[in-house]
Design a protein around this ligand. Structure first.
Ligand SMILES: O=C(O)CCC(=O)C(=O)O
Ligand SMILES: [Fe+2]
Length: 366
């Protein structure tokens, strides 16, 4: 039976309420993109006009040798400029990264009744897994061509009880084997602000972890859609595993001479992980480190997957610029916010327009 979405309600029912997601739409093989997914021209991604980031990946194994300071410099420089960099020799086994991508595909190929067990607020797994589509479909004028499951980490026991069977052990293993690298990068960035870091500070900055499987199914007309609309990440840092298809674009801080936005493709590099700065680290660093806007394209023939690991402060932390970072500039660019309030703001807004959530914490923002 051919499904037609004559009203926006019927599309909403199919995609959101029944839990088919945009994968369900893609599987129907429609010749055209439903209107709800068609982005306004200014939000479409022009691949031809974008350059590819040619920065070489940073070799983290050199942190243990004579080039330690040089590698620290590379990390700090990247965090201060583009806010994105790639790392290799990061200590996470490459087979584990391959299994994660493979398992993300497997999860989204499960029958609907198996996947919907993990929908937000529907199952006992509710608070620690969240299967969803787009970002906030109830509030967005246009939807993102993306489904995802978030796995929120609070303890091994809870993860083993509630996360999907097919990936719970693998994702826990990833968290374990990536933690040294994550901590190493965060400590380098914090120390570089002149802040002395101890265990309580580390906990304050990176106490919570969330892993997503992002799934971008094939799209009949990728030029009209986005996989993920412009946004910056919420947390301290994000570690992103992308597949070989690529499609991640980062906005350069300044518009070019003609006043146009410039977007750089972060190309897939075999074995590499992408690291990017989140809003919270921009606030903690008093604006020294950049939480860059980014977005993703869709593809017409193959499904793309990505696996971000979001590192965040715990919800009860009060987040404001470190005094040392304020001293460097002479004044505070951000006020103190409760992490919980920042999160509510972040998840209560669509990924649209040029409004930045971080302005919520900016002092004297217009
Ligand atoms: O899929 C990607 O390459 C980027 C994903 C991303 O930006 C996110 O999940 O926040
Ligand atoms: Fe992101």
């Amino acid at each position: 039976m051919a499904l037609s979405f004559n009203t926006s309600n019927s599309l909403y029912d199919f995609v959101v309420r029944e839990g088919n997601g945009v994968k369900g739409v893609s599987d129907l093989g429609l010749p055209e993109v439903p209107d709800r997914y068609i982005q306004p021209p200014e939000e479409r991604i022009n691949k031809q006009e974008s350059r590819t980031c040619d920065a070489p990946p940073i070799d983290l194994s050199k942190l243990n040798g004579l080039e330690h300071e040089k590698v620290v410099d590379e990390i700090v420089r990247a965090a201060e400029t583009l806010g994105f960099f790639q790392v290799v020799n990061h200590g996470v086994p490459l087979e584990l990264l391959e299994s994660l991508k493979h398992t993300a595909h497997k999860f989204f190929s499960l029958p609907l009744e198996k996947k919907t067990l993990y929908r937000a607020g529907v199952s006992p797994a509710g608070p620690v897994t969240r299967l969803a589509t787009s970002f906030v479909p109830e509030k967005e004028k246009t939807w993102e061509w993306k489904d995802y499951i978030s796995m929120i980490y609070r303890s091994d026991e809870e993860a083993l009880q509630y996360w999907p069977n097919l990936c719970r052990e693998l994702v826990l293993e990833y968290l374990k084997l990536s933690s040294k690298m994550v901590r190493g990068i965060v400590e380098i960035l914090i120390r570089n602000l002149g802040v002395t870091i101890d265990d309580s500070k580390t906990e304050q900055i990176m106490g919570d972890k969330v892993v997503n499987f992002n799934y971008y199914p094939p799209c009949p007309n990728p030029e009209l859609t986005v996989g993920l609309g412009r946004h910056s990440d919420l947390g301290t840092i994000t570690v992103l595993l992308q597949d070989e298809i690529g499609g991640l674009y980062v906005k350069m801080e300044e518009d070019n001479d003609a006043g146009k936005e410039e977007w750089l493709l972060i190309p897939p590099i075999p074995g590499a992980l992408v690291i990017n700065i989140g809003d919270i680290l921009q606030i903690l660093s008093n604006g020294k480190y950049k939480s860059a806007e980014h977005r993703t394209t869709t593809t017409s023939t193959r499904a793309r997957v990505s696996v971000p690991l979001f590192i965040l402060p715990i919800a009860t932390e009060r987040i404001g610029p470190f005094p040392e970072a304020v001293k460097n500039v002479g004044f505070a660019r951000y006020r103190e916010v409760l992490m919980q309030d920042y999160m509510s703001k972040y998840f209560g807004n669509a990924h649209e327009g040029k409004k930045k959530i971080i302005d919520f914490a900016r002092i004297n923002s217009a």
